[in-house]
Ligand binder design. Sequence first.
Ligand code: ATP
Ligand code: MG
Length: 391
Amino acid sequence: MEQLILVRFGEIHLKGLNRPYFEHRLVREMKRRLYDEPQAAVEKGDGRYYIRGVQNLDAVMERIRKVFGVHSLSPAIAVEKDISAIRDQAVEMMRDKRPTTFKVKARRADKRFPMTSPEICEEVGGYILENLPGWKVDVHHPEVTLEVEVREQAFLHCETLPAAGGMPVGTNGRAFLLLSGGIDSPVAGYMVAKRGVAIEAVHFFSYPYTGEPAKEKVLTLAKLLSEYAGPVRVHVVPFTKIQQEIYQKCPEGELTVIMRRFMMRIAQGLAQRGKGGALVTGESIGQVASQTMEALAATDAVVDMPVFRPVIGMDKQEIMEIAMKIGTYETSILPYEDCCTVFTPRHPVTRPKLERIEASEKVLDIGALVQEAIDGTEEVTFNAAGRGLDE
Ligand code: ATP
Ligand code: MG
């Protein structure tokens, strides 16, 4: 008898020729989550993975649930492929539970096993009824479904937990996420990472207008994202000088749009240096003055790479629900300001004209400001095991 985790994977079986590559990435991500489990190993089974030798089963299951590409998982017991071992184990597993209704579901993937699936169900179900008083069979609405899978070994489990789904990170390139301390951008990063895209985060930091706690908050968000997205490198960009320059030299109503154009230029510069193929933001149409279609167009105009905005069509409420589900919400609502209110115009233009904005920017030495910010950028990497750890 051996305790293990049975892992089912999702969409990657569709990928035909790429399958070995996808599986390699998936295994790599699962292994990362086993950093404090020296005995644990990931083994490929037929249509499944088995994680064996785990000490702290609950903690590891919680981590593996967040791996993109994993569809569902079950804590399972493996026994030899022998019906008396199977039924003894079945009784053992049910013994601790409060008696209720159950059914047995059997799958015989190994056709050499001498009993058919219905025969296994009958034998195991009968044995439970004989040995455990109070249990009743209900094939339609059982409270407990005991599954018996006969494969390389016989696996028994009565719990299947849904996992993150999506595709293994790193199978669809790399994108740079503009990560603020808010609710939306972590959700945007999660959504793109779910499609297999590796994420690096870019945070614009306006010290001393925003302080250390605000920066720590963003780093915490990156850490939370890395539980799903694998290693997340955070680029912390010094942004104060740019904001001051814009504030002093440009029309007040245009501050936000011009500031966002700088963010995009710098993020693109970092992405080009770091082999990123796209930028990601947490913008949604009409949410604030800087997120009108015209404003989005004005920010897009300064970059050549695609800009993904996965929450573009979502209501705040919908975004918040995802944030709660993935566990970033509590951190996002901590009350640290993200960009100082000093730099927020009282009457922002909501329909910026590109030519006007470009004219207003002419007084700034854009190239030098962008370069200086990139040169002053600091990096921290998070992975499943915590802070400062590289890939
Ligand atoms: P969020 O909840 O993600 O902060 P928001 O609704 O507050 O979004 P804005 O503050 O207008 O919206 O920012 C829009 C997007 O610009 C953010 O989702 C994020 O991608 C990016 N962004 C804003 N501020 C920063 C920052 N300081 N550093 C990095 N990216 C930022
Ligand atoms: Mg914000």
